[in-house]
Design a protein around this ligand. Structure first.
Ligand code: URA
Length: 431
């Protein structure tokens, strides 16, 4: 078998056999198939798609490209969550402490920014010292001892996804249902989750732009998970506008901390409570969603959720003084408030444009391995449906490069649309 033949087959729209997929993934993982061939193959998959059977084979090949964790000796039910990627999506930073504070141990392997969408690891690394490279042994030990883990994919778990994820980020091959489904589910399967809550984002700032596409992705991931013997629930949530107010790594950490303290934006708080409730039910910690939501909310009020976040940061080497005093987190040198240029009801805050502008500010990567600037990003002060008066602060740009400021301002302004008549707020969840 040769990699070139597999690339050509996919380029020409042929369905790949399980053997071909396994050969390609094995070769890529071992470094025998170079990045440029994998990039060409990923582009062929993006353009020509994969059948559900191919996608399942790809997922399992990636899941088994390294070790597959068995967490049965550490927890009764390992519950995990994963978002399909969005803008301002700092949900994990709040949901994990909520769930862990309810007594359900939770360990998660997250990713870095992908295209215009932010990455949980990049956010957590705004906290000096925080380690995202735990070994499997460290992961298990911390899960047992502290009840909460949030790390990167260790080198021995689904390494094929680790490599392909970084390559897709910079080759325009993110937005593909089979590549997203296999990326997410391979990590979840290798990570040893028994039950998984998937947060599938829909809209302008998501990889899935329509409800139909999101449903297809969600259904595929649920089927793959079930085939692998895991319980899976998928939620379809809105990503037309950024979640919460903050977009950008340290800004999002600060917003997550505010939320754990009982503040934070209402939409973000509610989103987190609902995701946490599903995890608590999946993990058989609560009998139904209502009691689970109540339990999660109580951990905010009691301070237990914030304490769990602190414990997480401390366990992974982070400096908790930054959590106790978020003013210490990285700060941008240029902070510019952009006022509303007119009065009206906010009709759109295009999450894609804001995400792309955040990457231009340096919050994400233009090419593999680029350093990121944790301080930069946006705070969007209004949500779709709110009435805004001319001159009121609409958004704040946090930047470090004066040379780019005019272009960033133009991008941010172009993300926003007003209506003369009242606009209905966007729903948090569709299904
Ligand atoms: N999240 C992932 O882990 N992988 C993707 O491809 C998209 C979102």
């Amino acid at each position: 078998m040769r990699a070139i033949d597999i690339i050509v087959a996919k380029r020409d729209g042929r369905e790949l056999t399980r053997e071909e997929i396994e050969f390609f993934i094995r070769g890529f993982t071992l470094g025998e198939i170079p990045d440029y061939q994998a990039a060409a193959w990923a582009m062929a998959v993006l353009l020509n798609g994969m059948t559900p059977r191919e996608t399942t084979d790809l997922t399992l090949a990636m899941a088994h490209s390294g070790a597959v964790l068995d967490l049965s000796d550490v927890v009764d039910i390992a519950v995990d969550k994963h978002s399909s990627g969005g803008v301002g999506d700092k949900t994990t930073l709040v949901v994990l402490p909520l769930v862990a504070a309810c007594g359900l141990p939770v360990g998660k392997m997250s990713g870095r920014g992908l295209g215009f969408s932010g990455g949980t690891l990049d956010k957590m690394e705004s906290i000096p010292g925080y380690r995202c490279d735990l070994t499997t042994d460290e992961f298990k030990r911390q899960l047992k001892k502290v009840g909460i883990v949030l790390t990167g994919q260790s080198l021995d778990l689904a390494p094929a996804d680790g490599k392909l994820y970084a390559l897709r980020d910079v080759t325009g091959t993110v937005q593909s249902v089979p590549l997203i489904a296999s990326s997410i589910m391979s990590k979840k399967i290798a990570g040893g989750a028994h039950a998984i809550v998937l947060d599938v984002k829909v809209g302008l700032g998501a990889f899935m732009q329509t409800l139909d596409e999101a449903r297809t992705l969600a259904g595929l991931m649920v089927d793959i998970g079930n085939l692998a013997g895991r319980k899976v629930v998928a939620l379809l949530s809105d990503m037309n506008q950024p979640l919460g107010h903050a977009v950008g790594n340290a800004l999002e950490v600060r917003e997550a901390i505010d939320t754990l303290h009982g503040g934070g934006p209402a939409d973000f708080r509610e989103h987190c409570l609902q995701v946490a409730a599903h995890m608590l039910v999946q993990g058989r910690c609560c009998p139904d969603l209502e009691s689970a939501r109540y339990a999660a909310e109580a951990t905010i009020a009691s301070g237990a959720a914030f304490e769990k976040f602190r414990a997480l940061v401390r366990a992974q080497g982070g400096d908790v003084s930054y959590v106790d005093d978020p003013d210490r987190l990285p700060r941008a040198s240029i902070i510019e408030v952009i006022p509303a240029l007119r009065s009206g009801w906010l009709a759109e805050v295009n999450a894609r444009t804001i995400g792309e502008a955040a990457v231009s500010l340096g919050a994400g990567r233009a090419k593999k391995g680029d350093p990121i600037d944790h301080a930069v990003g946006f705070v969007i002060h209004k949500k779709v449906g709110e009435r805004v008066e001319q001159g009121e602060p609409l958004l704040t740009i946090h930047a470090n490069d004066r040379g780019k400021q005019a272009e960033i301002r133009r991008m941010a302004q172009s993300a926003v649309e007003f209506s003369e008549s009242p606009v209905r707020p966007l729903p948090l969840f569709y299904e």
